[in-house]
Write a new protein. Structure first.
Length: 275
């Protein structure tokens, strides 16, 4: 009563969080099938499923309050607004920062990356490295300089998302506008992660790849924030968005650089400089 039909139920998103998959929770070795081992402050506790759900809900609520949890407004109820909808946030309901992602147990040096055959990594690198490198150069070069100089029209062009074609021109070609090199880089980052951070034999998306997609999505959202700041001529907000995007991009690059060995190609350079 009193709730708009368009307003999602407050707990609907939490219902999607798979209980055993959160890093804080593991099935207990005890005989009881409905008992879970919940780790809090380094101490393992045996909890029933209901108790574990309550504990995890509190964790997610705390993360949300800290700006690292549920984000229905930006990402949508099912993460459908993200560039890659199936990411770490979608599966775990958490949004680690760029530095927290590098400290995750799913990536080196804390843990080992999932196996991906060298040929698979090589094929992905051959297909996407050029778009990624071009985007990195644009982020650290043209975009950074445009923000520093307050050239907002240039920033808007550099961050153009493109548009789908409607009809065709006189040559029979599509009339759509392709995305900018920076936006195109973001999609290439996610697609390369599929080849570098998991194999075709994995039954689902690996945790490392989910984490990489999360970083790409946050980079893309940072670009959205930068575009909005440029539209309003807000230089301070534009600088902050650029810096945040740089950190997410660099964390992604540091993760995918691990499986890029000499037989795959040259490791990507991280974005240098600041604003």
């Amino acid at each position: 009563p009193g709730r708009s039909s368009a307003e999602p139920p407050p707990l609907s998103r939490r219902a999607l969080l798979p209980l055993p998959l959160l890093p804080l929770l593991l099935p207990a070795a005890a005989p009881a099938a409905d008992t879970f081992e919940y780790v809090e402050n380094g101490e393992a506790k045996q909890l029933t499923e209901i108790q574990a759900r309550d504990a995890l809900t509190k964790k997610v609520e705390a993360a949300t309050a800290a700006g690292k949890g549920l984000d229905l407004e930006r990402r949508g109820q099912f993460n459908e607004k993200a560039l890659f909808s199936e990411d770490f946030y979608f599966k775990y309901g958490l949004r680690p920062s760029a530095s927290e992602a590098l400290a995750s147990p799913y990536v080196p040096p804390q843990g080992e990356l999932p196996f991906s055959p060298v040929q698979r990594r090589y094929n992905g690198y051959t297909k996407y490295a050029s778009r990624i490198t071009t985007g990195i150069e644009a982020y650290s070069g043209a975009l950074r300089e445009a923000v520093a100089g307050g050239r907002w029209a240039e920033v808007a062009t550099l961050l153009d998302k493109g548009s789908k074609g409607k009809g065709s021109n006189e040559k029979g070609e599509g009339s759509g506008q392709p995305p900018s090199e920076l936006r195109s880089m973001c999609r290439a980052l996610g697609l390369f992660g599929n080849t570098a951070l998991q194999s075709e034999n994995d039954s689902g998306t690996t945790a490392a790849n989910l984490l990489a997609r999360h970083l790409v999505n946050e980079l893309y959202f940072s670009m959205d924030d930068l575009a909005s700041a440029a539209q309003g001529g807000d230089k301070a907000a534009a600088k902050e968005a650029w810096s945040r995007g740089r950190d997410y991009l660099n964390s992604y690059l540091r993760i995918v650089n691990y499986p890029i060995i000499s037989r795959v190609g040259d490791k990507f350079s991280v974005v240098e400089g600041s604003l």
